[in-house]
Design a protein around this ligand. Structure first.
Ligand SMILES: [Zn+2]
Length: 74
């Protein structure tokens, strides 16, 4: 019997959610995993105004860059 395609896709999504290979959020500076399925490290996420570019920095890198994080960004 052929299963409903939508149902199969839902199952596939569910399986992939358990077999996640790529973290949801990594630090852009040191690539430390900050969020896998749930938060695993403290991090800061910056929503730059007038931009869709959001970036994540782990706590350590945030401390490192917090004083001049808007200075050498190209
Ligand atoms: Zn970092």
């Amino acid at each position: 019997m052929i299963k409903n395609v939508f149902e199969i896709n839902e199952i596939r999504k569910l399986i992939f959610s358990y077999l996640r290979k790529h973290p949801k959020k990594t630090c852009i500076h040191c690539n430390k995993v900050c969020v896998w399925d749930k938060e695993v490290a403290s991090y800061m996420q910056t929503n730059v105004e007038k931009s869709t570019f959001n970036y994540v920095l782990c706590e350590e890198c945030y401390d490192l860059f917090s004083s001049n994080m808007y200075c050498n960004v190209t």
